[in-house]
Design a binder for this molecule. Structure first.
Ligand code: MN
Ligand code: MN
Length: 470
């Protein structure tokens, strides 16, 4: 038998040594790694289906953490290496910590992802009747393209807090035996005027009204009989009256379940990958971390999609207050701890889309199956509003991931001046810690259905785990 394997040419060899490897990630990892990724993502899909809003993500994370030995943090207690604690911030954000052998003395390792996603929130006075139909008024949450939200099945998630202090959980529309809800759209036959508008004007924020009913309560000549019927159903089902909407956090989210995408089942189509696709790997990495060198802190935060303001967002002091408690217990000052701390801001990046290639710069884009994405900086218009990770910190992270054979790629979000976006990295950097963005590349980001690669999800888990346990 002849040997058909051709000898590599000198330039080929030299290229291999000097150029960065741009081969499809699936060809750079073993078959076993891909199988592990597929298995990991079965559980991730389950998380997606059970954690569409931040409150559900917190409930899931706390239950999973308690199952693996985490207990609620008590600042008066003494903790030792290997102890696992959590802090539940108002059921909308959660901190998980694994105490390290060196405690906080050499700084802490932070992994931070967000668990809120774009959606339609109900207004405080949502219910109305118009022309014998009952509808909910909404105020959209986060940066969404309004035209994507009509004519898809929606489910209602959230809570209604009552004056007696009790709180009713609402989750309706997810199962096919439950009703769903919908924003309507105009038929093309009558849409000449709408179709001639620019996209940003074609759907007004006040047109994102959700259809919720059409039958009147009775044949009486009373007005608002359809609204009455809906309110009566809600009273019978949840015990709420119209005024109770004032003290509710209720959101309309896409009703679909997470599904495999592609004949090869290599991708997942689902609502809310941004940023559950980093939150879930971060949660699992925290759970799998047993005895780290330095204390490992995972934060699943809220409000990122609307700028991180509010007491459950990263502009709040809840994370730094917790670190200060840990530092004090070690006889340290929090500012000394932060200066030595390192962070992976685990958030998504845009995946290069060949259909919209002009929005991207091919040399600095993230690709599906390229591995977890490291973004040295985000922001827009001349690196505004971003933290730019230092060369030295980038080197540390590269070295760690290469050493552990974690597949990763370095990218920017789209082409220069094409738009831009931010993450929570800058808020952590402002606390004087080293931070860089790391996460999964997403196609159709912020759409009701987003797409990620299974391999990339798994590599993001591996990156966080190795970072925690380095
Ligand atoms: Mn995000
Ligand atoms: Mn986002």
């Amino acid at each position: 038998m002849s040997n058909n394997k051709e000898e590599k040419s000198t330039s080929e060899k030299l290229k291999e040594k000097l150029f960065r490897n741009r081969k499809n990630g699936c060809c750079r990892v073993s078959k076993e790694e891909i199988e592990k990724a597929d298995r990991f993502c079965e559980n991730y899909k389950n998380f997606l289906n059970n954690a569409k809003i931040e409150r559900e993500a917190v409930a899931y994370a706390v239950a999973a953490a308690e199952d693996s030995g985490f207990t609620e943090y008590d600042r008066k207690k003494e903790y030792k290496a290997g102890d696992k604690v959590y802090v539940n911030n108002r059921n909308q954000a959660v901190i998980l910590a694994v105490i390290g052998k060196k405690g906080t003395h050499d700084g802490v390792r932070l992994g931070i992802a967000h668990i809120d996603s774009p959606r339609l929130d109900l207004k405080p006075n949502p219910l109305y009747e118009a022309d014998d139909l009952a509808l909910f008024k909404t105020h959209y949450y986060g940066g969404l393209k309004k035209y994507q939200w009509p004519t898809i099945p929606l489910a209602l998630h959230g809570v209604v807090a009552l004056k007696d202090g009790s709180c009713i959980t609402v989750n309706i529309g997810e199962n096919t035996d439950e009703p769903c809800f919908c924003v309507t759209d105009l038929l093309p036959h009558l849409a000449n005027e709408q179709m001639s508008k620019v996209m940003t004007k074609a759907f007004d924020g006040e047109q994102l009204n959700v259809l919720i009913g059409s039958r009147p309560f009775s044949t009486d000549k009373e007005s608002e009989n359809v609204k009455l019927n809906i309110m009566n159903i809600l009273f019978e089902k949840y015990g709420i009256i119209e005024e109770d909407f004032a003290s509710a956090d209720l959101s309309m989210v896409p009703a679909d379940k997470a599904r495999d995408l592609g004949f090869d089942r290599s991708m997942i189509a689902a609502y809310g990958h941004d940023d559950k696709v980093c939150a879930y790997p971060a949660l699992l990495a925290a759970i799998d971390t047993e005895m780290p060198e330095s204390t490992v802190i995972t934060v699943l935060t809220d409000r990122e999609e609307i700028g991180s303001d509010g007491n459950t967002g990263m502009k709040s002091t809840y994370m730094i207050d917790f670190i200060e408690d840990l530092a004090k217990a070690d006889g340290e000052e929090v500012r000394h701890i932060m200066a030595k701390s390192t962070c992976l801001s685990a958030d998504v990046s845009a995946a290069y889309d060949p259909t919209y290639s002009s929005a991207f710069e091919a040399n600095n884009s993230a690709y599906i199956n390229g591995g977890t994405v490291i973004s040295k900086y985000t922001g827009s218009g001349g690196k505004y509003s971003t933290s730019d990770a230092s060369a030295e910190y980038m080197a540390k992270i590269r070295s760690l991931l290469d050493g552990k054979k974690v597949l990763f790629q370095i990218a920017e979000l789209g082409k220069v001046d094409g738009g831009g976006g931010g993450t929570i990295a800058k808020f952590v950097a402002n606390l004087n810690a080293d931070v860089v963005d790391l996460g999964v590349a997403v196609l159709s980001m912020h759409a009701p259905m987003e797409i990620v690669s299974k391999l990339d999800v798994y590599m993001t888990y591996r990156a966080l785990y190795e970072f925690y346990n380095a």
